[in-house]
Design a binder for this molecule. Structure first.
Ligand code: MF3
Ligand code: CO
Ligand code: CO
Length: 295
């Protein structure tokens, strides 16, 4: 904070915004509203509305994330193992002075999630060799200067088959449609509806067991962001909210089970599953992605 910011304005002083009006007739109420909204969302929902300096921190973490995701994309080809992706992701975090949030998170043993074909999410990197025609989701969450950003993409390995193209396209478009409804006054249910309506009408299914989440100060914060639901349901979006949207879309049915490793979630019918994820900020007029990539 600089000195100017530390001067306390009196109610009858001229407002610092330059309007020429008294502070009490100008920005004082807006600031109060913002404070009470922040308190209300904390008390009611345990949601932390972010301050501008915190948003800056999350954004920087997001830029690092995107740079690592680009490097991953360049290395993906038939013959590499998911461990090789883990090594690259881990080293890039260290090089940037960041920590990979997945490592040791509730016992997760690696620095990134790599989910191949019928794996929905939380795939653990290992000796698995990628083959031509596979799809792989790579989900990265850096902690940079204590700020978390969370995003993922699904990549084709070599030349995709038609099924792979379909499920990846629909997962990507689902995220795009979910993001596009984000603005103050919309609700969590509006996001879920946009995603479910599109994915199901395209002949795919939406996973229920894993959901988007508040993010930034912690890995998983409130609110829970369902990828299904009804318009108007759930918490109202307000500026300063930061959360992920990360729909998992299956080519077949939505049913899943978790393998003996207690992490890897796979489709019961072995159908392909794809996912894209971004960290989204609610702004005064709409949204801003803090992990922006083209959808
Ligand atoms: N990145 C995942 C998410 O989008 C969470 C992974 S938890 C881990 O929420 F432990 F598997 F890394
Ligand atoms: Co997430
Ligand atoms: Co993630």
């Amino acid at each position: 904070m600089n000195k100017a910011n530390m001067v306390k304005i009196g109610r009858n002083d001229l407002c610092l915004c330059g309007s020429g009006k008294k502070y009490k007739k100008c920005c004082m109420n807006a600031e109060k509203d913002q404070k009470s909204l922040k308190q209300e969302y904390k008390d009611k929902y345990n949601i932390i509305l972010k301050e501008p300096y915190q948003i800056e921190g999350i954004k920087k973490s997001g830029l690092l994330l995107l740079s690592i995701l680009d490097k991953v994309e360049k290395m993906i080809e038939p013959g590499i193992t998911t461990n090789m992706i883990n090594d690259l992701v881990h080293e890039e975090h260290v090089r940037a002075g960041a920590i990979p949030a997945p490592l040791n998170y509730r016992g997760f043993p690696k620095s990134v999630c790599t989910s191949v074909n019928e794996v929905i999410c939380h795939g653990i990197p290992g000796d698995l060799i990628l083959n031509d025609g596979d799809i792989i989701n790579v989900d990265i969450t850096p902690i940079l200067k204590n700020y978390y950003a969370d995003a993922s993409k699904t990549f084709f390995v070599g030349t995709p088959l038609e099924d792979a193209q379909k499920v990846v396209y629909i997962a990507k478009e689902s995220l795009k449609r979910g993001i596009n409804v984000v603005k103050p006054g919309a609700t969590i249910g509006d996001i879920g509806f946009a995603i479910q309506d599109y994915a199901e009408s395209s002949g795919c299914s939406v996973v229920r067991e894993f959901i988007g989440h508040g993010v930034g100060i912690e890995f998983h914060e409130q609110p829970q962001v369902l990828h299904y639901g009804n318009k108007g349901d759930g918490i109202m979006l307000v500026p300063g909210m930061v959360f992920t949207i990360e729909p998992m879309v299956n080519l077949g049915s939505k049913e899943l089970h978790v393998l003996d490793d207690n992490w890897t979630a796979v489709t019961n019918d072995k159908s392909l599953s794809a996912q894209f994820e971004q960290t989204i900020l609610v702004t005064e007029t709409g949204y801003e992605s803090l992990t922006p990539f083209e959808l």
